[in-house]
Ligand binder design. Sequence first.
Ligand SMILES: [Zn+2]
Length: 99
Amino acid sequence: MPTCQNCYAKWAWKETLKGSFSIKNTALICPYCNAKQYPTAKTKKLSFVMSLFTLSPMVLNMVFPLGYLTIVIMLLIGVSMILISPFLTKVSNMEESII
Ligand SMILES: [Zn+2]
């Protein structure tokens, strides 16, 4: 779970998840001090790998035709990724470049 680098408060799972869904910008707002916090480069890389993993049943479908099961598996992986993502999120005061 992320810890705010401004006030060092540990964010709750629900708060982190809520923040991750704000489409407006990449910054997450600390629910305790309202400071802008940015996901670290490692967090961004991890979420990229997780989205690739979510899409992996599509590749599997090319080898073993699974039909509608592909969608079901993708949904299951996608939902579990969303549920575990707050545990893997780390934030920093500055926006980090992936490279
Ligand atoms: Zn804070």
